[in-house]
Design a protein around this ligand. Structure first.
Ligand SMILES: Nc1ncnc2c1ncn2[C@@H]1O[C@H](COP(=O)(O)OP(=O)(O)O)[C@@H](O)[C@H]1O
Ligand SMILES: [Mg+2]
Length: 255
């Protein structure tokens, strides 16, 4: 456990209520609505989340935030003695329920993609806690054989998503939407903008992100650009393999 995590205290949710000395406002962010805080705690318990990690911030015990997005606030909890990530719907989110995100995450899970979904209800998603660093950080340092292997594995996952018609929707900015575990496994997270009706563009979105962020076309190699075009025109294992090879070839030049 990291130094940061060792300062965390897991607090039993059955003992948690307003006026118990904890600052619970993050559970209904940003409105801090009292009723919503109660609902979220009740939903967490109904989803078998026994406790939530808290830490001290400017003299107050507040829920430990794993991450904050436009749709949700992600906390760390314990469910059946296992560390879990708990995504709580923001009160100002564009949607009223976690239902669609949960259903699409379950769909991705069937293909071995995304954090495992354990349980969900209207305001919360309880899923596998993914320990690791963001993809953005992973590629920011330097590109190595190891990073190239991570990129290859991520591309495979985006191809699977394309074939099962699940468009992630946010892979043009993969920096914060892929977590790389200490075992070097990339995990695609955040299915909040995913769709099973939109035309899937996972491979092309992720490839465009790579081209942009690693500056793969620096060498003016037209091979990659045309491989991308061919895949767009005809999504098949053959065009995908050609694209993967073109990316790998470009990455080699950056080592
Ligand atoms: N399963 C998870 N395990 C660990 N951290 C997570 C997990 N899901 C989300 N996070 C963290 O929370 C942040 C916000 O989550 P995200 O799903 O992207 O929310 P939003 O839909 O609001 O953008 C992520 O960038 C990541 O840092
Ligand atoms: Mg997000």
């Amino acid at each position: 456990m990291s130094e940061l995590h060792s300062s965390l205290r897991f607090i039993d949710l059955t003992t948690v209520s307003e006026g118990c000395g904890l600052d619970l406002t993050l559970l209904a962010y940003p409105s801090a609505d009292h009723q919503r805080i109660k609902e979220v705690i009740a939903e967490l318990l109904a989803n078998d989340v026994q406790s939530l990690a808290f830490h001290l911030q400017v003299g107050k015990m507040i829920p430990f935030l794993l991450g904050k997005g436009g749709r949700g606030m992600v906390f760390m909890g314990l469910r059946e003695q296992r560390k879990v990530a708990v995504k709580v719907l923001r009160t100002d989110a564009a949607v009223k329920t976690m239902r669609f995100e949960a259903e699409n995450l379950r769909h991705a899970n069937k293909e071995g993609i995304g954090p495992l979904l354990y349980s969900w209800s209207s305001n919360v998603i309880v899923m596998q806690y993914v320990d690791g660093q963001s993809f953005g950080r992973t590629i920011a340092t330097s590109i190595s054989r190891e990073t190239a292997a991570i990129i290859d594995k991520t591309l495979e996952q985006t191809y699977i998503l394309d074939t099962v018609h699940l468009d992630h929707g946010q892979l043009t900015n993969a920096s914060d939407h892929v977590i790389v575990t200490p075992e070097k496994t990339p995990v695609i997270i955040d299915f909040s903008h995913s769709s099973r009706t939109r035309k899937p563009k996972n491979v092309t979105a992720f490839a465009s992100y790579l081209i942009r962020s690693i500056n793969l076309t620096q060498s003016k190699d037209q091979n990659l650009v045309s491989a991308l075009k061919h895949y767009k025109q005809n999504k098949s294992r053959t065009t995908f393999e050609a694209l993967k090879q073109a990316i790998a070839h470009e990455l080699l030049k950056t080592f």
